[in-house]
Design a protein around this ligand. Sequence first.
Ligand code: ZN
Length: 575
Amino acid sequence: MWLLPLLLLALFLPATVCFAAKASPDKAPENPADAPVQRLQTLLTRKNASKDALRKLETELEQARSAKSDGPNGAKATFFLARTQQEIAKRSGLKADWFKAADTFGACAERFPKYQLAPDALLHRGTIRLQRLSDPDGAQGDFMTLRRLYPRSPHASTAAKLLSRIPKATASSIKKPDIPDPTPDPPATQRTASADKPLLINVRPKNSGASARVILDLDSRVKYRYQILEHRKNKGLAGRIYIDLIGARPRPGLADSAQVSGGILKHIRVAPKDADSTRVVMDYTELGDYRVTALDSPFRLVIDAFKSAEVKAATPPPVAAQEDNAPQSFAAPKGTRKKLAADLVEQLGLSVHTIMIDAGHGGKDPGARGYGLQEKDVTLRMALILGKVLKQRGYHVLYTRTTDDFIALEERTSLANAKKADLFISVHCNASTDPGIHGLETYSLNLARTPDAVRVAARENSVTDKNISDLQMILTDLMLTSKIKESLDLARGLQRQGLAALRDKWAVNDHGNREAPFYVLMGAKMPSSLVEMGYITNKTEAARLKTDVYLKILANGIADGIGEYKQQIERYTAK
Ligand SMILES: [Zn+2]
């Protein structure tokens, strides 16, 4: 159900869209910052972005900024200029570079207070002032402004946390060029000689209905391993999950134990496991499945536990493990341990073996409706057809759902991450208030081109009620770790081949491959794409979507697109 973004995107299309017209690139008003920003984001997903490449982007963004100094275009150029300078400073370690980045973030926040990333800019400047420039007073001002002007921003609580630590810090003891910001620093007074170890800063438990989430906030990346201990109890499982944070220790003053009420999670304990690691133990009254996800910027581990094995996956929940101290493989449930070596290659993005297919919507969320069809049914039929085609072509296929079940959007990519899928493909049907609109289009994740598009996509995405700036900020964070460029290549291949297949039989409109901040794609660590198979609100296309033959032909096209993408990356990696 992507009705509203479509309406918006339609504004950028020529007034008349011919049937079976050639791809008409949907040009938003040009912002000279778009191209360098995109390259920055691509660059930062790579391991070793060079200082030279960043300096070049800096120059380009400075030019973009002076070309469009007002409005959202100027805001975007300014913010990403600051981000570029921050990346340069991280690499050079020069104070001058940190000053420059702080100034540009400041300019962004002050000149464009309504820009979605204005709170980010404040947080960045405050963090730089605190950690790099020995300026706790300046930092304090930034964090207070952030809280005052943007109380609903998720950064407001980070700012509050940082603020509470500032009085304890003394300017001379603030240092640490080795920890990436905006990771909040622990109070300097808590850093003792023995304490260059990562710190577990906070443990945040939350029960919600049939699931429970525990978030562990750390001040830098750590290696970790985890294990589930289960006790059979009737049908459900009661049990315990523990996670060992290697080389980390709890922040002084962190509570070592907490009771939790209102759900399946009952109790959490934090204790040193040995000289070198910290163990967090969580006890549950019922435990059917669980998942551990690592998130960056700042680094945190999210432990989700489910009362029942409600997350429908092609693989069973992790098997019970006996109590032992043998290290489990990092970040891999026991069941997938054998695949570790292969996974390593896959994580480097060098292969396409495992594809997770996501049937859009489901259960209480029917998606779009039209001509007697419900989107959730079409997407499920397509998922199964596409899965069959891909299996025939030798791929390993996983599904987010194979039945009519509701799965939250954010769970879908988490699942793909947890199962180490190489590609994530979400299938949907489009909808419009204009019954005349029809055609095929494919999306990959990116910032939308206008603030309006962000707002619209946010509303469209809001199964949960994330506010708009949340979405945009979550996105900028996630974009730095997601595969934007690869996803774009994938979407391009899917659109091209899907269209070619369908056009053998039907005249199908080509809406091209597009970029927008769709929540269902966020956080995917693998290339991901969303295919809008056709308009359920168009009589002709609804009739086609009703038939398996249309879906089969499209599935073959999508499989060709995947093949094309696979060949592309294999070419890169071939010797
Ligand atoms: Zn949909």
